[in-house]
Design a protein around this ligand. Structure first.
Ligand SMILES: Nc1ncnc2c1ncn2[C@@H]1O[C@H](COP(=O)(O)OP(=O)(O)OP(=O)(O)O)[C@@H](O)[C@H]1O
Length: 351
């Protein structure tokens, strides 16, 4: 059998589509390196996110395509560089993702912080902005209460760092327990400062934990930056859906693309036998996603360790990274990263 050339390999990879982006790996610029030695082939694929939900599938299809052209020893390695839109939302920040909910108490902050950590655990550079100005909870969930923010020589606020993510919360400025009353312009100015006067550094994802409902922060955020996309956290009940629909409508009104729906407190898994009980009903999040023509990003169980670890300042993804709940957060984080890649690549010119 004859030797293979780099062109043979690239031609074969032109026949492999990214399963989500529906374009071939070569056109997407994902083939970073090809080394051919006789019939031995080594390729490096540059994924669009380290949290790629379809890495295994891509690997299988690349291997099969190369074996079809006669490769006898195939080595596939992966790198990742998160793509942003052509015009970045903030300098150095590739994606701004707003996490919203129709009403309070559905676990939006819990989901936001665990998603941020899960993305960072997958290898992405992540920031978390506590946009819940009226009821900030991220400092507590990350054990950062009492820590004070500082300003660098360039007069930029330096975010705090915890568990691999950069964090900014009003709780690290305002005295604890003090109720904050904000008028529209002050609030707008604060959000502006939190976005623009902060040394976020290079980030793949900036997750913004919004206040519940639909309101001023959402509006300011969308006016001050090109939010890449919004996700909605809901619980399974039908009544929660009505509120969540309002949140979806709010994203639409402020022209923030909806990336998907996450269902929190989806079920309770019995710690001894694993049997699932659907305490709040079943399928509300999926129905919401369908009715809003958006992706269902996954479900997170109702679980004592999720609450306990959040209260203790070490979110479950840090406290028990191998627990099923942490795995559920990682699964959702991968789906979210996948949706962001789809969104950004559909707006980029092809190679
Ligand atoms: N999956 C879960 N299992 C168990 N407890 C949870 C889960 N998700 C959130 N909680 C708990 O529910 C409470 C409310 O969660 P959280 O503060 O994240 O909600 P929220 O929607 O952000 O609320 P608000 O908008 O009012 O700030 C917290 O005590 C949290 O630990």
């Amino acid at each position: 059998m004859s030797r293979l050339s780099e062109t043979d390999v690239l031609d074969a990879l032109r026949g492999v589509n990214d399963p989500e982006l529906h374009k071939d790996l070569v056109s997407l610029g994902m083939v970073e390196q090809v080394v051919v030695d006789g019939r031995k082939v080594a390729v490096k694929i540059n994924l669009t996110t380290p949290a790629c939900p379809l890495k295994g599938q891509i690997e299988g299809e690349v291997r099969a395509a190369l074996e079809r052209i006669g490769a006898e020893h195939v080595e596939i390695t992966f790198g990742a560089s998160v793509r942003g839109p052509q015009q970045l939302p903030l300098p150095g920040v590739k994606n701004v993702v707003a996490v919203g909910s129709g009403k309070g108490g559905v676990g939006k902050s819990t989901v936001a912080v665990n998603l941020a950590i899960a993305l960072s655990q997958e290898g992405a550079r992540v920031g978390l902005l506590d946009g819940d100005i009226y009821g900030p909870s991220q400092a507590r969930m990350l054990g950062l209460e009492g820590e004070k923010l500082r300003v660098n020589e360039a007069k930029k606020i330096v975010p705090l760092e915890r568990y691999g993510i950069r964090v900014l919360s009003i709780a690290n400025i305002a005295p604890p327990g003090q109720a904050l009353v904000w008028r529209g312009p002050i609030l707008h100015g604060t959000i502006r400062q939190f976005l623009q006067d902060v040394d976020w550094g290079e980030l793949d994802y900036l997750i913004v934990d919004l206040p519940p409902g639909t309101g001023d922060v959402q509006l300011s955020l969308s006016q001050l930056t090109q939010v890449t996309g919004g996700v909605i956290v809901t619980t399974p009940q039908d009544v929660a859906r009505i509120d969540a629909e309002r949140a979806a409508d709010m994203f639409r009104k402020v022209q923030v693309p909806l990336l998907g729906v996450i269902e929190n407190m989806a079920y309770y898994a019995c710690p001894s036998c694993g049997e699932r009980s659907y305490l709040f009903g079943q399928g509300g999040g999926r129905k919401l996603a369908e009715s809003q023509n958006t992706a269902f990003l996954g479900e997170i169980p109702l679980s004592m360790p999720v609450r306990e670890s959040g209260d203790a300042g070490t979110p479950i993804t840090v406290a028990h990274p191998d627990a099923p709940e942490a795995q559920a957060f990682r699964q959702v984080a991968r789906q979210l990263a996948g949706q962001l890649s789809i969104r950004n690549l559909s707006t980029l010119p092809m190679v």
